[in-house]
Design a protein around this ligand. Sequence first.
Ligand SMILES: [Mn+2]
Length: 430
Amino acid sequence: MTDLPISAELIAESNARELAALEDDYASLGRKLERTGIDIEAIKSRIASFSVAVPSWGAGRGGTRFAKFPIPGEPTSIHEKLEDCAVIQQLSRVTPRVSPHFPWDKVSDYRGLREEAASLGLSFDAVNSNTFQDQANQAHSYATGSLSSTIEATRMQAIEHNIECIEIGRQLGSKELTVWVGDGTNFPGQQDLARSLDRYLEAAAEVYTALPEDWRMLLEHKMFEPAFYSTVISDWGSSILAAQELGPKAKCLVDLGHHAPNVNIEQIVARLHRFGKLGGFHFNDSKYGDDDLDSGSINPHQLFLVFNELIEAELNPREGFNPSYMIDQSHNVTDPIESMLSSAEAITQCFAKALLVDREALHFAQEANDTMMAFQALRRAYNTDVAPIVSQARLEAGGAVDVLRTYRESRYRSRKSQERKAVGLGAGIV
Ligand SMILES: [Mn+2]
């Protein structure tokens, strides 16, 4: 690896100022955990092998449907996005993979792009297809939907685009295709609810057939938006039914922001795992019907409860346990690198807290119907400040103890604002 965007010296200097306090906090937490029979080193090694992918589009200031407020130094190409993702990985050490999106990240040489990523310490995660917006020179509009469109030529175009994404993904070293379609309606009666699902299933089966043997197809559901009356794959029920019909390589992807308000997402996680269909996550947070706030910024307890189910699932793998973790946020008022650093830390901390749950005490209390003690088993873990373990694991992996402070000290964004061309204004999304 050469020419990583943040100098190792800067990270070391920044860390040097934190070392004494971290050592103290880590030793203290180690003693506290030891009293309950937990070996802090074992937890740290689990954290060291944890990772979450970042989305290429998350490196830009996505904005909302209404507006976009670009910042100087924002990336305008996949090459610049990779550079920003390398910064996130260099500092956080939990985000070694980037999930690309097509056609937004289209280039002429994908093998070259793979090498470019590798030189930055990155590899590629799931490829994402885009059949929710029209592109210049596209033969058929997605105004009537894509995989479920009533127009056969449009469905064919959407199928071909997904197959093209698989081909690009093979060159990038990816093993997964994430399919989210915005297909749906805005008026009662606009489309036949049953037949639109039939068309989706038939078209998705064509994509499924093109999957290489060792690939997975992740079906992402979303309750609404852009369709506001009905969406073809609107919920985990539609998603698991479609995945079951498509076959064993089709799994469900849970985006934390794509559910009705107050839905019990951790229970959905347990259900999907029970039936061998838990494919992965898009981490973000949500207050109302939104899906783009920073992970753990609104409801960190829910994130913890999701990871609690994931640890349970791992202990009881049934037909296998291999979920893909990815951040999926859009940043309108922060530096996207800072948001993803903060989110990666929040996600890792919730994973760490879930590891601290005394499973024996929890299961014993559950069997004994001792509700309060079962709840307290979770509460004790959730209330533990795991920052010292997460920081120590990051330090040992070569990252920054204080990711945000080190990032600001690097003046990376300001340096990029001198080098990169300005981003145009315009509508937001996505
Ligand atoms: Mn998503």
